[in-house]
Design a protein around this ligand. Sequence first.
Ligand code: PMP
Length: 415
Amino acid sequence: MTSSQASTPTVFDVQRIRADFPLLARRVHDKPLVYFDNANTSQKPLSVIEAVDNHYREHNANVARAVHQLGEEATAAYESARDRLARFLNAPSRNEVILTTGTTQSINLVAYSYALPQLKPGDSILTTVMEHHANIVPWQLVAARSGATVKAAPIDQRGELIVEKYVELLTPEVKLACVTHVSNVLGTVNPVREIARECRKRGIPLLVDGSQAAPHRPVDVQALGCDFYAVTGHKMLGPTGTGALWAKREHLEAMPPFFGGGEMIREVRFSGTTFAAPPHKFEAGTPNIAGFVGLSAAIDYYASVGFEAIHAWEQQLLHYATERLREVPGLRIIGEAAEKEPVISFLLEGAQATDLATLLDLQGVAVRSGHHCAHPLMQFYGVPATLRVSLAFYNTREEIDAFVVALLKVRKLLL
Ligand code: PMP
């Protein structure tokens, strides 16, 4: 997807990439679509759409139950998503990858199966002020049941985690530490390796919410040195209702199952049921088979473009969009960390974020307004909502220009 000549720098052929994403050609309110809501969910390349379609046309059957040809094909396709995810995350073993419906389920699995059985009054779970509710509320729920507490590490005004404070909060009663790899509101990239090193020194396991990192950068769970890593498929070109939890084998072996039912057992007797080994112990019931076929195609698509090229292009877009937004009078960017993925939250003096987003939509621009499932972060900045632009590698500088023109237009209407 990238072309390079010996003497010229690599060119990112974004138009060629855009041709792979049918939805990007749509018009909205009779305007060309500018889709800047990628942190919410990404668009899907044709290869993903066709893989799902082809699965239902040619291979549909349930997994791990039938010995017939279609059952074998469906099982092989589903299990190959696990292989791809294991490679994508550089997991030491495919058996450490649990296929889930997304990050929310992945984190709840760790909350109820790993944390709850061991939490007791006086224990705590450490998270941060910049987390998505999915990395806060499950911990509050299991804390309420066990008498444990949830602590939150602070951030600074630039939207960077204060790592020394996080480390100070890693006290002996902390049974699990949590952190997002990349903030869905600020774009901040957290120093996960460093945090993991500090956690390891203290014998505290670390869970990383990788929802907003995996679509932008290569993830290597072994190099990061964490214990749990959660990803969600629909933000990384895949279908909704797909995702994964990678966890160290020792944890998965010790964890009791979360959901009970078919496929997760060895033998069921009323005198006592025995369970399958991980990963199947955590995958009760019929999964989103076609969804994982699509997610496999999504991972292949990333491989065909390459994260090096994706990162370089997205950083160009991030810098260009940041510069252009700084030209807009009365605009304040929330989140100016030194290392960011292409997410920009901002406020516009005198205008409500939701009104702006509604008017931008009429100009064909899709952005997100609101609290972004991050109430504590909004409380930290003392605002009810922000407007968020989140970019992907299929976006262009021309779209950023069109967005700024639209923003200036709606600003005039509102002020
Ligand atoms: N964590 C982060 C950082 C997110 O951005 C999101 C989605 N907005 C989630 C968790 C939840 O992901 P899902 O709804 O796909 O489970």
